[in-house]
Structure formats: C-alpha cells, structure tokens
Design a protein around this ligand. Sequence first.
Ligand SMILES: NC(=O)c1ccc[n+]([C@@H]2O[C@H](COP(=O)([O-])OP(=O)(O)OC[C@H]3O[C@@H](n4cnc5c(N)ncnc54)[C@H](OP(=O)(O)O)[C@@H]3O)[C@@H](O)[C@H]2O)c1
Length: 304
Amino acid sequence: MLNQAVNPAMRVLVVGGGYTGLRFAEAVAAGGAPVTLTRRVLPETLPGSATMRWLRFDSREATPLDPQPVAGTTHLLISAPPDGQEGDGVLQALKPLLQDLPLVWVGYLSTTGVYGDSGGTWVDEVSPTAAAQGRSRARLEAEQAWLSSGLPVQSFRLPAIYGPNRNPFAALLRGESRLIHKPGQVFSRVHVDDIVGALLHCLALPAERRPALLNVADNAPCPSSETLGYAAHLLGIKLPPVERYDAIAEGMSAMARSFWRENRRASNRLLTEELGYRLRYPTYREGYRASLAEEAAAAGVHSA
Ligand SMILES: NC(=O)c1ccc[n+]([C@@H]2O[C@H](COP(=O)([O-])OP(=O)(O)OC[C@H]3O[C@@H](n4cnc5c(N)ncnc54)[C@H](OP(=O)(O)O)[C@@H]3O)[C@@H](O)[C@H]2O)c1
C-alpha cells in the first residue's frame, strides 16, 4: 500500500470502489481520513478498516444515495464508467446531493481513449479528442458533463491500468495468453499505485495548480508482446507462439478489436515535469516485479 501524505481532515467518498477506487480508499484510510465507498452490489465480505465503510449505489436505479452517511464529504472520486445514459449517469443521479456537500475536490477517472487513434504519436492534454468509437464518445460526454458541472472537477485520463491481481501473470500461468504482433502498435499503461499517487499528489497542490485535465501514464508505451515477454521471463515460463494480428483480428471480440484499432502514446509530461510527480513505476518492468512480489506476499510465498 502507498505511504503518501494524506490530510486526515478530508472526508472522502469514492463512487465505484472497484480496483482503482478501492486502492485509493485504502491509501486515504491508511493516512487517517475516513472514506465511504460504493459498489453496485455489496458482497458479504468487503475489504476495509475501521475508517472505511460501504454503501450500495447504482446510477441506473431510481434509489439515490442516502445523504446521511455522506454528509460532510469534502473529496469525491468518481471511479465508475459511463452507464449508457446521456452525459454521465452518476452525475445525473448524484447532482442534487453533491450540490449540498462541502466539496473542495472531485476527481473523475477518465481514459486516454478520448484521444482516439493518433497513429502511434504522443498525445497530451491539449491534443484533440477524436473519440470515434461509441465507448470513447460516451466517455468524452461523461467527462465533459463533470467538467461543466460547476463542481471543482479534475479529470484524470488513464491508459490500461495494471497492478497486483490485474496483470498478465495469471493468464500466462493458465496457458491462456496470446502473443499478438501488429507492426508499429503500442499501448500505454499505468500501475494502479501511480494513479493513487498522482491523485494524492494533486490533492497536496494548491487548488489553483490542479489542472482540469491530466494524463496519468508511465514512461514506456510499448507493444504488448514486449510486456508479455517480460512477464513470462519473471515467471520463468515459455511464451505462446506469435500470432499475426491481421490473421486473427476477425475472430477477436469487438471490444478487443477496438483496443487494437487505436495506437497512441500517452504523455505524462504535465504530471511529471510540470507538477513534479515522481512515478513509482516508470515502466512496466518495475511495476510487474512489484505486482508479482505483492501477489506472492499476499499468498504467503517468498519471492526473490
Ligand atoms: N481498467 C482499465 O484498464 C481502465 C483504463 C482506463 C480507464 N479506466 C476507467 O477508470 C475507472 C476505474 O477503472 P477500474 O478498472 O478501477 O474500474 P473497476 O474495477 O471496473 O471498478 C468500477 C467501479 O464502478 C462501479 N460501477 C460500475 N458501474 C456503475 C454504475 N452504473 N453505478 C455505480 N457504480 C458503478 C463498480 O461497481 P461494482 O463493484 O459493484 O461492479 C465498481 O466498483 C473506470 O471508469 C474505468 O472505466 C479503466
């Protein structure tokens, strides 16, 4: 878990306590600030500590969030994707409640998908958005709904998120990975703890220095064959045979094809150079090693 300064006076609400939302909440709670998280369905056992509590919330249902447990919220993180409604369904469902809260910061987790296909060139926060595809267009509309809501919103544009329990290791071990080659194709990515780190870094800045749009990505966009090769090396197992993208694209899911159709490198210059954030995992190499070590520690296995 991250050990980064947290203002214990914050009262935090995370809408969407999934992979990233939970990791952020754990860092905030470890820093001494109380956090409330939401999920659409609350399972019987939920992770948590004395300063974390859970509520059920689904933007597609008519039942609004109970205002009593979230009264006094100063910081809000939206980590739920668009739900198919116009604008953003979470904003629509929560706006009356949010207007009555003493909010000083709202973080919205968006995606670098809003830049569309740049043909493999770098994209930064002033690059044009070219969200041609349905999913990315919905995301851009959701992001814009938050940014024009009148609330103090920062939108964090994220590439592929990885970290402990979300990485290529399990599929490699199950023999289910595919080594796909598409000439010139790269993907950007970010370790979940660098998202949390970037969020907390922004919170520690004076409000006027927080940019409305911020890419959070590592330094090393690269082909997925490279990252898969490194993951297999760490596990000491063989890679599957190489498959040519053109030969297999037709058999892929529409979702997978939509990822492969877009080629871009997400720049982190604003975050790292102008705002002074130091990446914990500048490339997938450090990030994969740390993820594997954390998984091994959780399983009680000693890793080198
Ligand atoms: N995964 C990636 O590589 C990636 C890349 C770029 C951007 N993003 C975006 O970054 C954000 C965080 O990603 P993540 O991978 O951490 O997400 P995640 O693990 O899928 O968590 C999403 C959370 O949002 C909740 N949620 C989903 N739909 C909702 C709705 N209609 N109303 C209320 N809550 C809802 C989910 O509830 P349940 O827990 O009940 O399912 C879950 O807690 C998401 O917006 C995601 O689209 C993800």
